[in-house]
Design a binder for this molecule. Sequence first.
Ligand code: BG6
Length: 483
Amino acid sequence: MSIFNEDFLWGGAIAANQYEGGYQEGGKGLGPVDLLPNKDENRVHVMYHPELAMKEKFNYYPSHQAIDGYHYFKEDIAMFAEMGFKCLRMSVSWPRIFPNGDEETPNEAGLKFYDELFDECLKYNIEPVVTLNHFDTPIYLYEKYDGWTNRKLIDFFVRYASVMFNRYKGKVKYWLTFNEINILQVLPFLGGSFDPEKFENPLQTKYQAAHHQLVASALATKLAREIDPANKIGCMLAAGEAYPNTCNPNDIWAAKMLDREGFFFIDVQVRGKYPSYSRRFFEEQQLEIKQEKEDAEILKNTVDFIGFSYYSTKVVSADEQVLSSSEKTDGNIFSSLENPYLPKSEWGWIIDPMGLRITMNTLYDRYQVPLFVVENGLGAVDKPNEAGIIEDDYRINYLSEHIQAVGEAVKDGVEVWGYTPWGCIDIISAGTGQMSKRYGFIYVDLDDNGVGSFKRSKKASFDWYKQVIASNGEKVGRNNDEF
Ligand code: BG6
């Protein structure tokens, strides 16, 4: 008997800005990612300096064609169906629906694309799990309104959400409002289409923008329920427990503080009000968040579940000397001190399956609402063998260990709705813009400069994951032996 529920949602995850391409087709407007070059042209630096994104001309913009999902989606969904996907997590491109973001009426051509995309999923009984904003606030809103720093964005977002909920009533039941909402603190251009450095107090600006997103998320949650009580709405956190570097209480506190930076957002989305610790933080940082009198009531519209991404844990120290003299390693959004107990990916991300179990237990202890693992995976270089097959045992190992960790969390009593590994088909990397950082079960013939045939082919992990799903998570071992 499987430890996973019969209706457990096995699937995969992609996002419009990394999958679709067709960046101007059907009247689509631009999003922040459409202005970002690839790694060789200093993508990360540009992300932190949006003025460069707006002014400079780069040689290559990976999102413009991405993997051309705009034209290939039927073929791709057929392959997902062959693996037995029960769900597909994807995002809608806001600028495909409202090219500028502040229009009164949506772009019908954009909606037609998603009509077809969702229908194609439903044809195979694949449940769409849809993120409304995955790094995709229209760039026009950056130019005209300074993005989410402006309260007007709430209305624009709610209008967009309302169009989606009405149009896809009965077709889409699972929604996430903002992807990795806590990314706003670190990469506000991606998370909120604004540049905090343009303002006198950047920290204040970020928390003001966060407030607007939290109100918008709560209003969308309310609306989704009014339009269709069957809707299930989730928040989405870039998760991964912070470990103290030592048992020095100062390190323990530093780790707790770092975790709270992320929890701050979902504390509001799950509990319906600002957390008690935020008062001291706002006072000490001398931040004054402007709130309207109706906001407290609006925030009470809390989510049904917590979606989260998990790639690694991070190690934190309170000791300035340790921080300045120690090696750091990369991770999703946050960097970390090295963890001597754990291996790392080729991109330096710490690999920690036990950390997933710990993170899930922390989230469930704290909130007691169902969890949905909406991103997890290994970015790796894949090389075909002599027969032209990609034997991605490293990916199978990674996913196998992480699925087992989810299973352990289930046994610990955590309620989990589903598991959607990131980049189930190779897509461009959000962080680096590379194609060579591959996560998929399906290989896409395309290189870092966008050259290739776009041909899709199965990796060894394709059949492995198919067995995992067919056995409802029982046969997760490397050779599909039992859990
Ligand atoms: C998450 C994002 O931060 O991590 C995805 O939601 C992203 O969009 C994923 O692709 C993996 O990061 P990267 O940089 O390897 O693509």
